[in-house]
Design a protein around this ligand. Structure first.
Ligand SMILES: C[S@@+](CC[C@H](N)C(=O)[O-])C[C@H]1O[C@@H](n2cnc3c(N)ncnc32)[C@H](O)[C@@H]1O
Length: 238
């Protein structure tokens, strides 16, 4: 499929300021390592076929598209990110000319109607200023039968994540599972599945090690990683 990407893009200044700093600090690679624990299971469920086009919203280091190219032979991967520094880094991590990274805002996708086979987004959707507008953009650009795989670690039921907002300079949408399903439907997508994927890889120390620098109690850490992990909501375009 031929997808033309055009610019220029003007993203949110707070997204740019916040995540340019993360990229400069190497936190793009840090997120990649942590998010991979559950992202790999979600990616394995995507019904992508060889040759198809996948768009990654808030791509960060671009690891999801690199993995889909290497293991699933997608024809084209396009990563959009509001941080020019993230985009610069993501370009450096691959020399695959079937994967491209673009500075942009996922509220206004520079793509034609029905031009993308699947969308992926990990730990980025809740930064949307207008999440419903983003979902409508996805619905517009997705081919009929195409999917949107939306993974988030910050959500209402995962209570230990709520404090993240205090240390991040971008407003975050704290939705519960039902709100995700309702919003997908409001934007015209079917919800084909919703589940939580536990993170079984983050090491949780024995009870006597608590409190640690990051965690008050072992119980809280278990809640964050093993009980909740990543909320994956899958939408399908009609
Ligand atoms: C927490 S990082 C996650 C990166 C990557 N998906 C991962 O799993 O490691 C969120 C990313 O979303 C991007 N982002 C946030 N709001 C955005 C927007 N409105 N448009 C495009 N990118 C956005 C940020 O710049 C950042 O790189």
């Amino acid at each position: 499929m031929d997808v033309s990407v055009s610019g220029p893009f003007i993203g949110s200044m707070s997204v740019q300021a916040e995540f340019d700093e993360w990229a400069a600090d190497d936190r793009d690679r840090g997120m990649e390592r942590k998010h991979w624990h559950t992202a790999k299971d979600a990616l394995a469920k995507m019904p992508v076929e060889a040759g198809e086009t996948v768009l990654d919203l808030g791509t960060g280091s671009g690891y999801a598209l690199r993995a889909l190219r290497e293991t699933r032979e997608i024809g084209r991967g396009i990563g959009i990110d509001g941080s020019p520094e993230m985009v610069r880094n993501a370009r450096e991590y691959t020399d695959d000319d079937r994967v491209s990274f673009v500075h942009g805002d996922f509220h206004r996708l520079p793509l034609a109607d029905d031009s993308v086979d699947h969308f992926w987004s990990m730990e980025a959707f809740y930064y949307a200023r207008e999440p419903l507008a983003v979902l409508r953009e996805i619905e517009r650009v997705l081919e009929s039968g195409g999917t949107f795989f939306c993974g988030v670690n910050f959500f209402e039921e995962s209570e230990t994540t709520h404090e993240w907002q205090e240390s991040i300079g971008v407003e975050m949408q704290l939705w519960d599972r039902k709100r995700y399903r309702e919003a997908f439907r409001e934007a015209g997508l079917y919800v084909s599945s919703q589940e939580t994927i536990p993170d079984e890889e983050t090491e949780i120390p024995p009870v006597e090690a608590f409190p640690t620098d990051s965690w008050e109690s072992r119980e809280a850490m278990v809640d964050r990683y093993r009980t909740w992990g990543t909320l994956l909501t899958v939408g399908v375009a009609p």
